[in-house]
Ligand binder design. Structure first.
Ligand code: HEM
Length: 182
């Protein structure tokens, strides 16, 4: 197993443990969050579902790149891997690459709307953390894409955007946040 892959797994386990401890704390300290059944919260639920599928779509591209051994992330995590030759995957990846920026912008918008419309309590840290991380992904994605971004900032943006670190946190925090809502 490559060192990067091992570090990645250790990181995931640490985020899981910290989140679990905080979940138990929040569950015992904060009062239960009542479910609202207003028109806006129903709309917000719909945005949440779209946001989840959009994230699946985005990370499917990243996983496909790993399977195909393409990109810096694949080289880092799986340096000795030789990809299978499966026809059609290249076209699929091309489509996912071309649409990533648009899907990315829509994802940020939809998740921000979801959080705003559901009216979740921001004193429970899972919620502001997910919001900040999603905006972080969108902002640095924009910096990678924007033509006039200074070179240094573009390099930094790539480093902090094209990785799994924020994705793991978004997934785990959102999962535990939703557990608190149930
Ligand atoms: C929640 C929103 C987003 C997530 C979770 C996300 C996630 C990712 C990930 C994991 C990568 C690297 C892995 C890979 O190459 O497949 C990546 C690459 C990239 N993202 Fe995003 N992204 C988001 C939004 C955006 C936005 C809004 C933009 C631009 C406006 C953007 C532009 C890019 C670019 C230019 C790359 C690198 C080039 C490429 O591999 O195609 N992303 N993104």
């Amino acid at each position: 197993m490559s060192k990067s892959l091992r570090n990645f797994l250790i990181y995931t386990v640490i985020v899981l443990i910290v989140s679990l401890v905080y979940f138990i704390y929040a569950y015992t300290v904060y009062p239960p969050i009542p479910e609202r059944e207003t028109f806006l919260s129903e709309l917000g639920e719909g945005f949440g579902e779209i946001g989840l599928w959009a994230l699946v779509f985005i990370y499917a591209r990243t996983l496909l790149k790993l399977v195909m051994g393409k990109g810096k992330l694949a080289n880092r995590l799986l340096p000795d891997y030789s990809p299978p030759a499966i026809s059609g995957l290249q076209q699929l990846l091309g489509f996912l690459n071309r649409t990533h920026v648009y899907v990315g912008i829509a994802t940020v918008a939809v998740i921000v709307l979801h959080i705003a419309l559901m009216g979740v309590p921001m004193n429970i840290l899972f919620f502001p953390a997910v919001l900040a991380l999603v905006i972080w992904q969108g902002l640095f994605g924009l910096f990678i894409t924007w033509r006039y971004t200074p070179k240094q900032l573009k390099k930094f943006s790539y480093l902090v955007h094209a990785q799994f670190i924020t994705g793991i946190m978004i997934g785990i925090f959102a999962y535990f946040g939703h557990l608190l809502l149930d």
